[in-house]
Design a protein around this ligand. Structure first.
Ligand code: NAP
Ligand code: ZN
Length: 348
């Protein structure tokens, strides 16, 4: 079955309309008519080959919300008409210790990404949510329990939501903890909302002074302009945990200096070129850690979606048409997103 999609034929060309094949649903498959797909900075990194290994044609998109239009014979738990989501992964080995622990994103044989991942389907790599339809193994489909009118704003939870929720949970963010969120973009604005809902004291770090009021509105107790040395110094040694979502290289020492003893700076931003090497002394004195975290497993993604439905949490979005994606990428590169672009896939 061919469907309309939007993707790139090479790193240096804009996205264009194209048609792609979707397999007929097998026994384990759920076929989904995509209503909305969020635009993640990872889409830009991939489509422009800022990270190694992009296969073309490249159809990005891993923040997918839509309606089930067919299910395979062995599918339990999803039926035609259900509102569902698909995030960053559509497959894993199911056998290794990571999969056994519900951490499919760390599959030891390699998880299958929603785009640019290995598949037997044409053209040999997965094609993502900038399209009208997707067919996904039932083990990687999520239930959406938010009200119908919020569905576009739910889409970003499938990556930006889980990528911030998972480390906040792993490092036990909650009441009595002081948490920093660095970079107020798609991931960062979700990080503020989630850390706040978990009961932590939240400080937002931004390079954009004009986001100060917005960051407070999103739930930050305090806002620090990270380019202002005085404001940074005032926060020294006070954080239990800092989540860094920045998509560009920057000096990490500026943030490890803000950690308490035994505090952790967790990196989720994945710049195309390295950060300057952090100071070892800055870590030794205070037993501080720099860590990383990759999206989240399927069970935890469902937990996050249900947590957000319960707490009334969605992303702040700007809806765009498929033909506006390149313009949205340019604004994303200028930190000018409020705070996630979402494609109305009816415009495909
Ligand atoms: P985004 O919407 O573009 O937000 C990134 C924010 O970082 C910007 O809004 C800006 O916030 C700040 N920033 C940008 N350039 C900066 C610079 N040169 N110096 C300091 N701050 C800067 O991107 P996103 O979609 O949230 O994604 C962020 C990163 O996370 C990307 O690298 C993406 O690939 C990665 N990611 C990782 C995972 C994972 O599993 N680990 C999952 C999804 C995405 P301010 O204006 O507030 O400074
Ligand atoms: Zn993403």
């Amino acid at each position: 079955m061919t469907v309309k999609a939007c993707g790139a034929h090479s790193a240096d060309q804009p996205l264009v309309a194209m048609t792609i094949d979707r397999r007929a649903p097998g026994p384990q498959d759920v076929q989904i008519e995509i209503a909305y797909c969020g635009v993640c900075h990872s889409d830009l990194h991939t489509v422009r080959s800022e990270w190694p290994g992009t296969l073309y044609p490249c159809v990005p998109g891993h923040e997918i919300v839509g309606t089930v239009s067919a299910v395979g014979n062995d599918v339990a738990g999803f039926k035609v008409g259900d509102v569902v989501g698909v995030g960053c992964l559509v497959g894993s080995c199911g056998q290794c210790s990571a999969c056994g622990d519900g951490l499919e994103q760390y599959c030891e044989r390699g998880m299958v990404g929603t785009y640019n991942g290995p598949t037997n389907d044409a053209p040999g790599h997965t094609l993502g949510g900038y399209s009208q339809r997707i067919v996904v193994d039932q083990g990687f489909v999520l239930h959406i329990r938010h009200p119908q009118q919020q569905l576009a704003a739910v889409a970003p939870l499938l990556c930006a939501g889980i990528t911030t929720y998972s480390p906040l949970r792993h490092w036990n963010v909650g009441p009595g903890k002081k948490v920093g969120i660095v970079g107020i973009g798609g991931l960062g604005h979700m990080g503020i909302k989630l850390a706040r809902a978990m009961g932590a004291q939240v400080v937002a770090f931004t390079t954009t002074e004009s986001k100060r009021d917005e960051a407070h509105r999103l739930g930050a107790d305090a806002v620090v302009v990270s380019r202002d040395a005085g404001q940074m110094k005032a926060q020294q040694g006070s954080f239990d945990f800092i989540l860094d979502t920045v998509a560009a290289p920057h000096v990490l020492d500026a943030f490890t200096a803000l950690l308490k003893r035994d505090g952790t700076l967790c990196l989720v931003g994945a710049p195309a070129t390295p950060h300057p090497s952090p100071s070892v002394m800055g870590l030794i004195f205070g037993r501080k850690a720099i860590a990383g975290s990759l999206i989240g497993g399927i069970a935890e993604t469902q937990e996050m979606l249900d947590f957000c439905a319960e707490h009334g949490i969605v992303a702040d979005i700007e809806m765009i048409r498929a033909q506006d994606i390149d313009a949205a990428y340019e604004r994303m590169l200028h930190s000018d997103v409020k705070y996630r672009f979402v494609i109305d896939c009816a415009t495909m």
